[in-house]
Every structure is written in structure tokens, then in C-alpha cells.
Design a protein around this ligand. Structure first.
Ligand code: GLP
Length: 256
């Protein structure tokens, strides 16, 4: 596991965007797994800047998002499809037909989950998966549980996630109680994972996830088992970490 500790959110976002941009430059036909939440927004802004100013080309890229709320239409301002279009996809030269988010309005959500996995398999899996982390250690919407669920599936959101995500809704009651999420199989089968965490509020959980026992009670801890994961933290998120056994790159070391 490689850990990059950036001095602040802006630097963290730049590092994360540079890793994604390199992937796209090296392989124009890359399959990128995308995440929602406030954390990756800065990285998406930087990718848009690189598209506008440096010719970063998304013309042959495919994207797969991690998750979607069940029951929210793609035009709903809190749906993850809406989020992705707003913060990245509408601003770069990607073919909309090659951008994938589970359909929260699917008539048969179980079949939608199966079809989503099938599509990821057919395309040859994900080259680079971007992940954020919820306050309780969830990735995608894989909530703390007593077991890891492999395929894309329907999940009941925990009270803590509903509360955390209610900041985007008018009322906590409006937050959907269920979501579809990529399971651990497509995530762990991604050829490379980039894991971004920002802020003091997540410092303890990220320490436990990366330096503590691997357990489905703390879903992000499974990333310790991934063969190619790059963790990009800001200093606040890294503030509780031991970091002894890891290869740490500070901004100074990276960019002299
Ligand atoms: C949601 C998403 C996750 C994301 C998490 C954290 O629950 N399903 O993929 O990592 O929010 O969001 P934030 O970055 O705003 O803390």
C-alpha cells in the first residue's frame, strides 16, 4: 500500500486527479470506477481543468459509478447520476453512453444489480477505481456488516449514513433508506484502487481501516488486501496514523 500525505484538501485533490489523469493518458480506453460524496469533488474539478487546459482526452474512456440511491430518478438533484453529470461528466468529452451508474428507478433492482456486474465483467473489469469513505468506514454503500457481499447488491443504509447524507436533502426523512452498491468483488478486482480521505473527522476511522484488523465491520479495511492501492490523505485525515510500515510520500518528496 502506498500512502501519499498531502498538506491539505487542494493538494490531495490534485494528487488524486493526477493519478486518474495518468491512467487515462497511459491507456485512452481505460475503465474508471467513480465515486460520489464531497471528497472527490476537488479531484473532479482538477480533471476538468486538465481537460480544458491540457487536452486530457476522455473520448474513449468508460466509467462505472459505485452506487445509487434506490427510488431516486436520474434527474433528482441528490441522485448520484445527477451528481456525476454535474461535477464531472457534463464537463469533459466523454460519451454519455459509456458512463454507467446503477439505475435507481429500475423496475427490477435485483436484475439491475446483476446486469451491472455483467457489464463490468464484459468490459474486462475496472482499471482504476476511485473510492472515498463514509464516516463509519463504508465504501460505495457497503455498510458495516458481519460479512462482505461480493456482487453488486441492494443495501439498507445505516442510521449513521442516513444522518451523514441528510446534509444534502431538505429533510432527513427524504433520504432514501436503500441503495444499490457495487459489492466487494468488482471493487477488489479493480486493477488499481485510489482511496481518498480528507479531514480530521475521519482520522480515527481511516487509521483503523488501514492499520487495524481487516473486518467487514469496517468495510474499508478490506483495502489492506488489495495488491495495488494508493491512499491519498490530507494531513488532517492522516493525523492519527502510525504510518511506520507504509511507504509514505509527502508533497515535499514528490514535488521538489
Ligand atoms: C456516500 C457515498 C460514498 C462516499 C461517502 C462519503 O455515502 N456512497 O461513496 O465515500 O458518501 O462522502 P463524503 O466524501 O461526502 O464524506
Amino acid at each position: 500500500m502506498r500512502i501519499i500525505v498531502a498538506k491539505d484538501y487542494t493538494e490531495m485533490s490534485k494528487r488524486a486527479a493526477d493519478i486518474i489523469a495518468s491512467q487515462v493518458r497511459i491507456n485512452a480506453h481505460s475503465v474508471i470506477g467513480l465515486a460520489t460524496g464531497s471528497t472527490p469533488i476537488g479531484a473532479y474539478e482538477e480533471l476538468i481543468r486538465q481537460y480544458n487546459e491540457e487536452g486530457l482526452n476522455f473520448g474513449n474512456v468508460d466509467t462505472f459509478n459505485l452506487d445509487e440511491y434506490l427510488g431516486l430518478n436520474c434527474t433528482h438533484s441528490q441522485s448520484y447520476r445527477y451528481f456525476m453529470n454535474k461535477y464531472l461528466l457534463d464537463h469533459v468529452n466523454i460519451d454519455p453512453d459509456r458512463t454507467h451508474v446503477p439505475d435507481g428507478m429500475a423496475e427490477d433492482p435485483e436484475s439491475e444489480c446483476e446486469a451491472y456486474d455483467q457489464l463490468i465483467r464484459e468490459i474486462g473489469g475496472i482499471d482504476l477505481q476511485l473510492l472515498g469513505m463514509g464516516n463509519n468506514g463504508h465504501i460505495g454503500f457497503n455498510e458495516p456488516s458481519s460479512f462482505y457481499t461480493a456482487p453488486t447488491h441492494i443495501v439498507k443504509l445505516t442510521e449513521s449514513t442516513i444522518k451523514a447524507n441528510s446534509r444534502y436533502f431538505d429533510n432527513e426523512k427524504d433520504v432514501p433508506r436503500y441503495a444499490m452498491t457495487m459489492g466487494f468483488r468488482p471493487i477488489m478486482q479493480a486493477k488499481r484502487v485510489i482511496f481518498v480521505v480528507s479531514g480530521k473527522a475521519k482520522a480515527k476511522v481511516v487509521k483503523e481501516a488501514l492499520e487495524g484488523p481487516i473486518t467487514p465491520q469496517l468495510p474499508a479495511s478490506i483495502l489492506q488486501l488489495h495488491h495495488d492501492v494508493i491512499v491519498v490523505l490530507d494531513q488532517d485525515a492522516a493525523s492519527e496514523m502510525d504510518l511506520k510500515d507504509n511507504f509514505i510520500l509527502t508533497d515535499d518528496q514528490l514535488f521538489r
